[in-house]
Design a protein around this ligand. Structure first.
Ligand code: 15L
Length: 270
């Protein structure tokens, strides 16, 4: 893959991915509403509204894959979420299609399925579990997945929806010890999607590291070639709330996929 377009490249995950997707002979096209400076020698920045399909399709010309990260990253008003996250995802997929780009990675979120709880038998929650969004934000990610499935079925595109957990430099709380996606594993996951053999259609995978306390399945990611290396447990000693021992079955934050998002007031920007 020699030319990759990243939408929302000025955001947190975009910033972590740029260096991790850099390869000899590869160019990154960085799209955002905010200008990005500085850019590297193998990067080009395009300041665009994510809902502008025509301009986006022009920037997609000659691209091998789109990594769609653009969007509001937490709860917001319905109007904002609908425009930026839902219209924006439709625009990214439609622009890719018009430019004959056949591979797209979508930054979905655990909040598309936030009301699922830990399986009582201790098994991993599959990435194919039905939508149970916890917020308007979660609805936008469920819709993102539906749009990805639509474009894969209609146009034969390969679209992977990455149900990202907590992608930060380090986990910050007990929940994060299970839900963390390390920046390096995030790079590995996207690279796996870019390198998977053509024709995989639509896939949903969890974006999570090989955490000791993980309870989301890695099977679907591994089937695409993702092999995580990191484990949040290395940070456990620095997380004080880990004492005297978390109640994973009953604590409302720890027992549900979406944690505290399940109790966020709907439509109130976080
Ligand atoms: C998300 O989808 C958010 O974008 C991120 O900020 C975190 O809150 C994360 O989920 C999480 O669940 O930890």
């Amino acid at each position: 893959m020699t030319t990759i377009l990243i939408t929302g490249a000025a955001g947190l995950v975009g910033g972590m991915l740029r260096s991790r997707l850099a390869r000899q002979g590869r160019t990154l096209r960085l799209v955002d509403v905010r200008p990005i400076t500085p850019v590297g020698p193998a990067e080009a920045c395009f300041v665009l509204d994510i809902c502008g399909v025509d301009a986006l399709a022009e920037v997609c010309d000659g691209v091998n894959a789109v990594v769609h990260l653009a969007g509001i990253a937490t709860e917001g008003t319905w109007e904002d979420i609908a425009r930026v996250n839902i219209d924006g995802t439709r625009a990214a997929l439609e622009a890719a299609r018009r430019a004959a780009v056949t591979r797209v990675a979508l930054a979905s979120s655990n909040h598309a399925v936030g009301f699922h709880t830990r399986p009582a038998d201790g098994s991993d929650l599959p990435a194919g579990c039905p939508h149970r969004p916890d917020t308007y934000y979660g609805v936008s990610k469920a819709t993102m997945e539906a749009l990805g499935s639509l474009y894969a079925d209609r146009y034969g595109m390969d679209v992977a929806a990455l149900r990202i957990g907590s992608c930060f430099p380090e986990p910050s709380d007990v929940r994060g010890l299970g839900t963390w996606l390390s920046p390096d594993d995030c790079g590995r996951l996207v690279e796996a999607v870019l390198g998977a053999p053509a024709g995989f259609g639509y896939r949903q995978v969890w974006g999570v590291s090989a955490n000791t306390r993980r309870w989301w399945s890695l099977a679907e990611g591994r089937a695409l070639g993702y092999e995580p290396h990191d484990d949040a447990e290395q940070f456990a000693a620095g997380i004080p709330a880990d004492l005297p021992g978390p109640d994973y079955a009953n604590d409302p934050v720890l027992s549900r996929v979406g944690g505290a998002f399940c109790d966020f007031p709907l439509g109130e920007p976080g």
